[in-house]
Ligand binder design. Structure first.
Ligand code: PLP
Length: 458
């Protein structure tokens, strides 16, 4: 069956979709009323829908299509691997060439103290894996009571039971009785929303020291790890003050707490280095990866594990009773390896650091002058706009938070731009290959949609 030729009419697709397809993070009643937008193809940084509309994808899918759409080389690598060996597992002492090659490549890209990788299929699974892995590590080291994992409010680490528990989204916790035991949450380093009159550097230190207070409250001998995204993505692109990460690193080192960096969004070039941990010069014991690993072309994810942790449980722990049927899937590994080869050959990470990020930073900052914007912030190729009725007070919109953001998002869709809203914060994370003229287009469209939003709420 071909999905492109003889495409049924949009309405028919929407009706069938609403009738049979339960979507993630979607209100099904609303879906029934409005119908889904049907995306049919994509090229470079552009998406095309079933009505022929072209949209600049300001979110790289879900923060993942780092090398842009339409890369034949990845498609061909996957096809070749399908022919050679479409599937075999990596359980019980078996392996295959693509997983060997990808593991070696990841060890070479990761910081020098990280040389091991454990595979899964999604960021959520990777974060599930770290929960079990850090507890297994401490038990192997003779400290089975070190079980508690400290995470942050408003963090997003995925949707499985353990990953949603690590996450700090209240709405997610409310559905299903989360979090599971032995996971606690401290406040986030969100200066714009929570910093009040404090200097950002002081605020960053204060929020980092909340970790120390939480360790003291629980007891160091009970705490296994702290997990955080270098930049909180789904929480609204929360870029921490520069004082934050060095203080977190100090606390983890002094208190013998493992540091887990969730690199699912920040990994593979998003912040202008291979990993967000490189950008913030931290030395995590574990890093969870997904999304940009294959640029979303096939599902693959993993946990990058430091020598300290790997050697600890290899030497003392016996078998790690954990794994997924598709851990290190050969076709996904072949696609990921080709994706990373493209990133290296085209110097995509350097391109973000030296060209695209500074260019976007300048244009994006200028949006801060718009009457609706309280703050325009960016780091690498991830950025946010805070919508506000009162710039000076950094005030949120009072009634039904998120409504103005939603209005803005709809204007973006209708004007050929995908920009996401988190409440009244607008966010972007475009493909890393976006050109300067495409950045101009993105920013100009965003400005137009801010004008349209302002006109609507006046
Ligand atoms: N961690 C972070 C920081 C994420 O942003 C996401 C997804 O957006 C996840 C984990 C979960 O990844 P997945 O959707 O692949 O399970």
């Amino acid at each position: 069956m071909t999905f492109m030729a003889n495409l049924p009419p949009t309405q028919e697709l929407q009706q069938k979709d609403a009738a049979h397809h339960l979507h993630p993070f979607t209100d099904t009643q609303e879906l029934n009323e409005k119908g889904a937008r049907i995306i049919t193809r994509a090229e470079g940084v552009y998406l095309y829908d079933s009505e022929g509309n072209r949209m600049l994808d300001g979110m790289a899918g879900l923060w993942c299509v780092n090398v842009g759409y339409g890369r034949k080389e990845i498609q061909e690598a996957a096809m070749r691997q399908m022919e050679q060996l479409p599937y075999y597992n990596t359980f019980f002492m078996t392996s295959h060439p693509p997983v060997v090659a990808l593991s070696e490549k990841l060890a070479s890209l990761a910081p020098p103290h990280i040389n091991h990788v454990f595979y899964g299929n999604s960021g959520s699974e990777s974060n599930d894996t770290v929960v079990r892995m850090v507890r297994h590590y401490w038990a192997s080291m003779g400290k089975p009571d070190k079980k508690v994992i400290i995470a942050r409010k408003n963090a997003y680490h995925g949707s499985t039971v353990a990953a949603a528990s690590l996450g700090g989204m209240k709405g997610m916790h409310a559905q299903g009785g989360l979090p599971i035991p032995d996971i606690t949450h401290i406040d986030q380093p969100y200066w714009y929303g929570e910093g009040g009159d404090m200097d950002p550097a002081d605020f960053g230190l204060m929020r980092a020291r909340a970790l120390e207070e939480e360790i003291d409250r629980i007891g160091e001998d009970k705490v296994a790890a702290f997990i955080a995204e270098p930049i909180q993505g789904a929480g609204g692109v929360v870029i921490p003050p520069d004082s934050y990460w060095p203080e977190i690193q100090r606390i983890c080192d002094e208190r013998d707490i493992l540091l887990i960096a969730d690199e699912v969004i920040c990994g593979f070039g998003r912040t202008g280095n291979w990993f967000g941990s490189d950008t913030y010069q931290i030395k995590p014991d574990l890093m969870t990866i997904a999304k940009g690993l294959s640029s979303g072309y096939l599902p693959i994810a993993g946990v990058l594990v430091s020598d300290r942790v790997a050697e600890g449980f290899i030497a003392h722990g016996g078998e790690f009773a954990h794994g997924y049927t598709y851990s290190g899937h050969p076709v996904a590994c072949a696609a990921a390896l080709t994706n990373l080869e493209i990133m290296e050959r085209e110097h995509i990470v350097e391109g973000v650091r030296d060209r695209a990020a500074p260019y976007l930073a300048e244009k994006w900052a200028a949006l801060g002058d718009h009457p609706l914007i309280g703050e325009a912030r960016s780091k690498g190729l991830v950025a946010a706009l805070e919508l506000t009725p009162d710039k000076a007070a950094r005030a949120p919109f009072a009634a039904s938070k998120g409504t103005v953001g939603l209005i803005c998002r709809e204007h973006c869709f209708n004007n050929g731009l995908v920009m996401r809203h988190v409440g009244d914060t607008m966010i972007i994370a475009p493909p890393l290959v976006i050109s300067n003229s495409e950045i101009d287009e993105l920013v100009n469209k965003a400005a137009k949609c801010l004008d349209l939003t302002l006109a609507d709420i006046k």
